[in-house]
Structures are given as C-alpha cells and as structure tokens.
Design a protein around this ligand. Structure first.
Ligand code: ZN
Ligand code: ZN
Length: 417
C-alpha cells in the first residue's frame, strides 16, 4: 500500500474551503496594497539557495531537497520563496520598472524537517516582497498588510514582535560583541550553539534550549549597536507603526532563521493556548539581490505559513464558508429517462446551474439518499411517465416536498423560485 510521503498531506475536498478562504483573502488584501502575483518554479538551481553567504544555515545544511536531473544539473526543491522572487526580479529586468516592485506569491515550499503540527515537509506559503526601495514605510506596509490578511480571516489578538539586526556595516561589529559574550559561557551552551558561535552567531539568540535561553536573555542587544542610518531607519519603522496604531513589542532575541536579513526583522504570533508560534515572519534583506548576482537593491517582505494559519483558524473555531456545491441532483429511472437526464443536465449547466447527474442503475430511494448526502437543495426526478409527458418532478430536499413541472419551466423555477 502506498501512502503520502512522511511530512506531506493530501488536502482533501473537506479541507478545501479553508484553502479557498486563505487564497481569496490573500489576493484581496494584496490588491488593496497594489501587490501583483508572481509564480516561480518549484525547483531552482541549487546555487540559488546554497549561496556562499547562506552556508552554515540549517536551511542549506540540513533541510533542502537536493537532486540531480538526468543531465546532471544540481537542483533544489524550492526551500523558500524570497530568493526565487529576487532571481526573477533580476532575470526579467524588473529593476527597469518603477520602483519599488510589489509582488506576492502563494505556493508550496519543501524542507526536510521533523514533521509536527502545522509544519510539513511540503508546506504552503503566502508572502509579499517589495523590491527596490529602502523606505521604512515599506517595512511597515508589509506588517500592516500581513495583519490585515490575518484579521480578514477572523484571527484576533495578534502580537507583533520587532527588532533591527543592522546592516553589513554595523552587524559584523555587533556579532563580534556577541561572540565575546558567548566565549565567556561557551561551556554552558548546547552543542548546536557551539557550532552557531562559529558559523552563524546571530542564531545563538533564538536557541530554544532552556540553558541557552538565559544566556541569550542577558546578551547585548543588536539595536544598541546600530549605525546611525540603521538607527534612524529603525526609529522610523517604530514611529510609523505607532502612527498606524499597530501595537508591537521589541524583542532583542528576534533574528530570523535565514542568512539574508538586514535591519528590520519581525514576527506575528496569534493568541494561542498551547504555546506561541509565529505564523508570519519577515524583514528587510537589502543584500540578497547582490548576493544572487544583481546590483545592490534594497528589499523587504514577509512569508506566512498557510498550514499553521489554518490550524489556528480551526483552534479558534473559525469556520470557512462552504465552497459552492452544485444545487441540483438529477435522478433517473430507466433507459429513456437516462437519456433525458443527460439533456436536462446539459441545459441547466448551459445556464450556469450546477448539476450532479446520477449515474443511474439504482433505486430512486438510493439515488435520493445520495443527493441528500451531497447536500444539494433540489432533486430533479425523471421516470418513464415524466419522459412521456415532457415533465420533471422537482423535489425540495430540505422541505421534503415535491411538485411536477413541464420540462420547459424547470430552469426558471430553479432560478426564480
Ligand atoms: Zn547599519
Ligand atoms: Zn543552544
């Protein structure tokens, strides 16, 4: 027996209402802010993700799906969306468009990690990227857009956590100070942190090990070591958030998992009984486009985990509106009626009425039971008598009443009651 690979799920019809809801809201909110949709391939050149600067991150070292195609080209299943969007920006010369270019995406990403609730090896992200402008208003626009998306789904009590991790001028100086802080306590940190001290020191700050947490709490704050420009930028972000009355909490341990972040980093968490966990993560990445071969180009964006958002909707008892099912079931008994059922169904669909046509060969009772289980509002019933008289029986399933009509009036009866 085959099963879906570990860490993947089938999204069955019963789940689709939630997916339709999040996709629709994402598109609606993006339209409000002028973000246009982009779709990139699900696999990319390995080098796009395994850039020199990204070496040492968990993503590159442990979590990517890497394979060679039949020509021997090394490829990677899309591990996140920001690098592919930036690749497309450079490849298609979008720097020639008026800046910033506002883009959004919805689609699957792939990471080899331990599966847990709301976290899968194939998971789906919705995210936005504003490329080509360093203005702090764009950082805030992303936060506002993400919050509007979440609240449009019915999620409430959302917390914004904010930090600035500086630029390529001031961040290395901070990292040295951070290393110094950790050198004094290096015997007390976990094994992972000992590796992080060498390869990726900023990630020391978000270690989840209890012993490491206390050390990170006492660590120097990135925001105390920002250069003048970064400090002014961070100040503006906070000022704009206050202006828009978006509450936020500064969190000096927030650094995000990916290597390319600069300046603003943020997360949004929902109110949750069973432990907090971010459903939106974002920030500025002014160095990434240069890393992948473009000219220096500032950019900012966020990604959301759709599985985790849907999990939160369910936990909060928020239901997705049902996706419109066909309203009519056409039941038939006998050969002549089967033929009439086909043409009646076709005529209804020609007029945009959704129809499920019975496959027949069963008793009327069992066909009506089927109609009931599908939740249709009306059953149209055809037997030899109806065919001979050019009539149909129209049954209101909920009210349990039925009437006989000329076939010619069925459509107007369904459309106008
Ligand atoms: Zn700086
Ligand atoms: Zn640790």
């Amino acid at each position: 027996m085959y099963r879906a690979p570990r860490g993947t799920v089938d999204i069955l019809p019963a789940e689709q209402a939630y997916w339709t809801l999040v996709h629709t809201r994402a598109a609606e909110v993006c339209r409000l802010y002028g973000y246009e949709r982009i779709d990139t391939p699900v696999f990319e050149d390995y080098g796009l993700f395994a850039r020199t600067d990204a070496k040492g991150t968990d993503l590159v070292e442990k979590e990517m799906y890497v394979f060679e195609d039949r020509s021997g080209q090394k490829l990677t299943l899309r591990a996140e969306n920001t690098a592919p969007v930036c690749r497309a920006y450079v490849e298609h010369g979008m720097f020639n468009l008026p800046q910033p270019v506002r883009l959004y995406y919805v689609g699957p990403t792939f990471r080899y990690e331990r599966p847990q609730a709301g976290r899968y090896r194939q998971h789906h992200q919705f995210g936005c990227e504003a490329v080509g402008d360093a203005a702090a208003t764009l950082d805030v626009e992303g936060i506002e857009l993400a919050l509007r998306f979440l609240s449009s789904l019915g999620l409430q009590q959302l917390s914004v956590f904010l930090n600035s991790i500086g630029c390529r001028e001031c961040q290395p100086k901070y990292v040295e100070i951070l290393r110094h802080h950790y050198q004094a306590v290096s015997t007390r940190v976990c094994d992972d942190c000992r590796i992080r001290m060498i390869r990726n020191p900023l990630r020391l700050l978000d270690c989840k090990e209890p012993g490491c947490k206390a050390i990170a709490d006492a660590a120097p704050h990135t925001s105390d070591y920002l250069c003048t420009e970064c400090e002014a930028h961070f100040g503006e972000v906070q000022e704009h958030l206050r202006l828009l009355e978006i509450p936020f909490t500064l969190n000096h341990k927030l650094v995000r998992g990916l290597d390319y972040y600069t300046r603003t980093v943020y997360e949004i968490q929902p109110q949750r009984e069973a432990g907090q966990s971010a459903i939106v993560g974002g920030g500025r990445y002014d160095g990434l486009i240069e890393q992948i071969g473009g000219r220096p180009t500032p950019a900012v964006g966020f990604a959301t985990g759709l599985e985790r958002i849907i999990l939160n909707l369910k936990e909060q008892g928020i239901e997705a509106p049902p996706v419109g099912a066909p309203g009519v079931y056409v039941a038939h008994i006998g050969d002549a009626a089967r033929r009439t059922a086909l043409s009646v169904s076709k005529r209804l669909r020609d007029s945009h009425v959704g129809v499920i046509t019975s496959t027949g060969g069963k008793s009327l009772k069992s066909q009506l039971r089927h109609a009931n289980s599908l939740g249709v509002r009306y059953a149209v019933i055809l037997g030899d008598n109806e065919v001979q008289r050019h009539e149909v029986v129209l049954r209101d399933m909920a009210a349990n009443v039925q009437e006989t009509l000329p076939q010619g009036t069925l459509l107007s009866r369904l459309q106008y009651g």
